[in-house]
Design a protein around this ligand. Structure first.
Ligand code: 13P
Length: 251
């Protein structure tokens, strides 16, 4: 089964509108026509529309970093899947560790969002990953299993197949401490086994599992060479044209 490598940039709460457009123009010029790798950028939601316009007619998709699960109504401060579709988004990152740990999102919240995103036709990139203390306590698999099962509760096999999972060990995010390729591969194999147990081999072999956590233009190639690492969710190194282009090219 050939899984298309998928590199996504998570800009988090960074950049200004003009810097976002400058970055988009640079990416457009250098990798706008890339076809053997799937590429996306996820700006802050207030910039999604303009970034999507700046990347129109390229192969670079645009995603959001969060969404609310309800369609509309009295939910001050929230944004719906319909609104994201309206402004040109294709993807939504869900359950990022910063949302789980800083904004206190639970597996149940992530599940409601995942179901809403799938129902809307957007593609979810659902993040899972353990804290350093959890890795040291030997509970990585238990934590990741819990997050996977919780986040994908009630998701059908056909929806699972078009979902993307990002394994992001929390201790590797923004710390410069990248997981070794073998550490990443080990958890990716485990996540794929969880998918297989619930949905069967065909679905498990189709789902892309990205690695995230201090990926840069120097370490990307080695991590992406692992057979169960199907891409990367890149934070810091996605904020500048050159490293992000290099990561995409190394894929
Ligand atoms: P860094 O690449 O900055 O470590 O961030 C990873 C991440 O959280 C991507 O979602």
């Amino acid at each position: 089964m050939l899984r298309k490598i998928f590199i996504a940039g998570n800009w988090k709460m960074n950049l200004t509108l003009s810097a976002s457009l400058e970055l988009s123009a640079g990416l457009r010029g250098q990798i706008g026509g890339v076809s053997d790798v799937e590429v996306a950028v996820c700006p802050p939601s207030v910039y999604v529309q303009q970034v999507a316009a700046a990347l129109k007619d390229t192969n670079i998709g645009v995603g959001a970093q969060n969404v609310y699960h309800k369609d509309k109504g009295a939910f001050t401060g929230e944004i719906s899947t319909g609104m994201l579709l309206d402004i040109g988004a294709k993807y939504v990152i869900l359950g990022h560790s910063e949302r789980r740990h800083i904004l206190h999102e639970t597996n149940e919240d992530v599940n409601l969002k995942t179901l809403a995103v799938l129902a809307s036709g957007l593609t979810p990139i659902v993040c899972v990953g353990e804290l350093l203390a959890e890795r040291e306590a030997g509970t990585t698999e238990a934590v990741v299993r819990d997050q996977f099962e919780g986040s994908f509760a009630d998701v059908s096999a056909s929806d699972m197949k078009r979902s993307v999972i990002a394994y992001e060990p929390v201790w590797a995010i923004g710390t410069g401490k990248v997981a070794t390729p073998d550490q990443a591969e080990e958890v990716h194999v485990f996540v794929r086994s969880l998918i297989e147990k619930k949905y069967g081999k065909e679905v498990a072999e189709s789902v892309r599992i990205q690695y995230g956590g201090s990926v840069n233009d120097e370490n990307a190639k080695e991590i992406l060479a692992k057979s169960n690492v199907d891409g990367a969710l890149v934070g810091g190194a996605s904020l500048k044209v050159e490293p992000f282009v290099k990561i995409v090219k190394s894929a």
